[in-house]
Write a protein of this length. Structure first.
Length: 151
């Protein structure tokens, strides 16, 4: 299913389906999900990235296991709101995931939203704890999703 603008996204998602947010970086993908009522976002998993096919297959299985009805992907805009190389990478990731799911008759609506500073917010939440990098990505994804569902 093609990308849906944020203001039309909820209408494109099946009722009572959970939402999933992805905080995509070159090394990791933070994953967060809502419950069916979509009132809160829960940090859920960090996927250490490998080959595209393996990552896509893992996400596909996760989508099936958690009854996901739509995907929110964060765009790491520059502080001035402009798009940089990381945004292009996330846009490409979204298109590739959409193609992967469509080829497997599992297409879902997806949208892209500004996720500026969510990683910084996640680091603030975690404080000085050690071995929190994987949690940071999950928390950033939950912040992306929480900000989105409050809109």
């Amino acid at each position: 299913m093609p990308r849906v603008e944020p203001e039309n996204f909820i209408a494109a998602v099946a009722a009572n389906a959970c939402l999933m947010a992805l905080d995509v970086s070159p090394r990791r993908i933070g994953i967060a999900v809502t419950e069916p009522a979509r009132t809160m976002a829960l940090p859920t998993k960090t996927l250490i990235r490998g080959k595209w096919e393996a990552d896509a297959a893992t996400l596909h299985q996760f989508i099936q296991d958690h009854r996901i009805g739509g995907i929110v992907i964060g765009l790491p805009r520059n502080l001035d709101g402009s798009m940089g190389p990381a945004d292009q990478s996330c846009l490409t990731f979204g298109r590739n995931l959409d193609n992967y799911l469509t080829e497997r008759n599992a297409a879902l609506p997806y949208t892209m939203v500004d996720e500026s500073l969510t990683s910084h917010e996640a680091r603030d939440i975690l404080g000085d704890r050690k071995d929190t990098k994987n949690m940071e990505d999950q928390i950033a994804a939950s912040l992306i999703l929480q900000h989105f569902i409050k809109i």
